[in-house]
Design a protein around this ligand. Sequence first.
Ligand SMILES: [Fe+2]
Ligand SMILES: [Fe+2]
Length: 141
Amino acid sequence: MIVWSVISASARENKMSQTEESTIAGEHAVQISMIDLLRRSIKEGKSIDEKTAILDQLISYTEVHFMSEQLIMRQHSYEGYDEHDGEHDILMEQLLTINNQVLSNETRLEIKLLRELRELLLTHIATHDKKLANYLASTEN
Ligand SMILES: [Fe+2]
Ligand SMILES: [Fe+2]
């Protein structure tokens, strides 16, 4: 799995390589497209099973992605760790709330919460993740 290759690469050299940077950027794109896929399936009135299948994948993928970022932050003794990690927790909570709504088939709420999650995640990527990437880039050389 690509994420694990990122982690081991990071463990080998205590710096973020170009490969890691592009892998993390690629993972953000996957997260957003999974959210969009779920939104489409809600709008198309798909079954709870179909929606849950996408959501389960989104949750697992996001957990692994957050873990890999957290590991990189630890390896670099990153000062913004707690704040960044705190936002990961908020995003995971939002995902679990959406999961509950999907299980109760609350379509309108699902769409609303998913829209909020998409915004929160994009903001997280543009702020905390960007700050981390800039920090790692500045520690090179
Ligand atoms: Fe992050
Ligand atoms: Fe991220």
